[in-house]
Design a protein around this ligand. Structure first.
Ligand code: FE2
Length: 409
């Protein structure tokens, strides 16, 4: 049976209402719950893969437990790697405009600062302001197809460094609560991960652009040139024709394929209260068009035990705890010795040097001198990584939410 037939047998086509030509569809007459038949779950996943983001009205019966009860049918629940999960839940991330970190008003793909960032996000409208607060999604597969062939080829070869640590001060709309949340929670642990700019979608085989707010630089490209490249590629992602915009009502649920989209929460509702809650499904380590996997290079804890504070990065001003393959903190001589020479050097100073990052042969090189190597983090050695280091690196392994300014989810 074809996938189309599978969908037709479960969800009538008349109940799938496209909301824009390239992305987005509303599904009607489905009551989301953990008890849905397997066929319905399969059909929902197929519609999601086709439309990238799907919407359901009138799901006010859902609470956190019911939301997760449905979400877990689509995959493994995973908490946010730095914010964690709401108490009593496995993955729920609350975005409350009245509290710090509640406004995700920059284009981003969720949590790309870790390697296996989430594959699906499921967002529930809990408190919706009477005006404003829409969310916009873009199709990163269509954006890739829009690129001229020469730019597709360039994108295929590029890798980018994503991090949750960036110059937050440039965000002009950030409140004091937002800044406090950013400093004390969102960047409690700092990640730097190298992703291919183009990944191959594990279920559809589509090529999608992996960019957004968490990109800090391109591997092997000077910062000045990299900024222009970023703007060029990102402009194809966020072109209005490549997006869909959703006006929330209380009880709405939006589900997006985080491997094929970016999104932006429009911050146009002033001081009105807006609360949304997200359940998140664990993802796969992205694979480039030539078969190489993303790599987390740095996992650095701000509040590390004193004995583990081995280096201070002048760029971010944070101390770095190096973690070894058994998941235990390492304060080893090797890491300290490697870190020391780089003190005072900004990560942005160096990635443009010849041979930085991965060579054409896939050999790993030190991406940010002095902040440790993959081997410090994952015990992976010098060779190209072909498997995910989750069990080793973080304990949280996980992962899982954005431009150089703002907030992030
Ligand atoms: Fe987000």
């Amino acid at each position: 049976m074809t996938k189309t037939a599978t969908i037709d047998n479960v969800i009538p086509r008349a109940d799938i209402i496209k909301r824009a030509a390239r992305i987005g569809a509303e599904i009607r007459n489905v009551r989301l719950s953990g008890d849905l038949p397997e066929q319905t779950i399969g059909a929902i996943n197929e519609v999601l893969l086709e439309h990238k983001v799907i919407f359901f009205r009138d799901q006010g019966h859902l609470d956190d437990a019911e939301q997760e009860g449905f979400a877990v049918r689509l995959g493994k629940l995973v908490p946010h790697p730095t914010v964690g999960a709401t108490k009593g839940t496995a993955s729920i991330l609350e975005l409350d405009s009245a509290r710090g970190g509640g406004r995700a008003d920059q284009w981003h793909t969720d949590v790309t600062f870790v390697d296996a960032y989430p594959k699906i996000s499921i967002l529930r409208g809990v408190e919706v302001p009477p005006f404003g607060g829409d969310t916009i999604w873009s199709n990163t597969a269509a954006a890739y197809l829009d690129l001229p062939a020469a730019l597709q080829k360039l994108a295929d070869e590029l890798w980018a460094v994503h991090s949750n640590a960036y110059d937050y001060a440039v965000k002009t709309r950030a409140s004091e609560a937002d800044r406090k949340h950013f400093d004390e929670v969102f960047t409690g642990t700092i990640y730097e991960t190298e992703h291919p700019v183009v990944r191959v979608h594990p279920e559809t085989g589509e090529r999608t652009l992996v960019l957004g707010n968490f990109v800090q630089r391109f591997v092997g490209i000077p910062k000045y040139d990299g900024q222009r490249l970023f703007d060029l590629f990102q402009s194809h992602v966020t072109a209005p024709e490549n997006t869909v915009r959703w006006s929330w009502k209380q009880g709405d649920v939006a589900i997006w394929d985080n491997r094929a989209t970016q999104h932006y929460a429009v911050n146009d509702y002033g001081d009105q209260h807006r609360v949304v809650r997200r359940a998140t499904i664990d993802g796969e380590v992205p694979v480039s068009v030539d078969g190489r996997h993303s790599v987390t290079r740095i996992k650095a804890t701000k509040q590390a035990p004193a004995s583990c504070l081995i280096a201070r990065n002048a760029f971010h001003g944070f101390a770095h705890e190096h973690v070894v393959s058994n998941g235990a903190p390492s304060c080893g001589r090797r890491a300290a010795a490697r870190a020391s020479p780089a003190l005072g050097r900004s990560p942005d100073d160096r990635p443009d040097r010849p041979g930085h990052g991965r060579t054409a042969a896939g050999k790993d090189r030190d991406p940010v001198p002095g902040l440790g190597r993959t081997s410090d983090i994952h015990g992976a050695g010098r060779g190209p990584r072909l498997s995910r280091p989750r069990s080793s690196s973080n304990g949280s392994a996980t992962p899982s939410a954005g431009r150089r300014t703002s907030r992030r989810s």
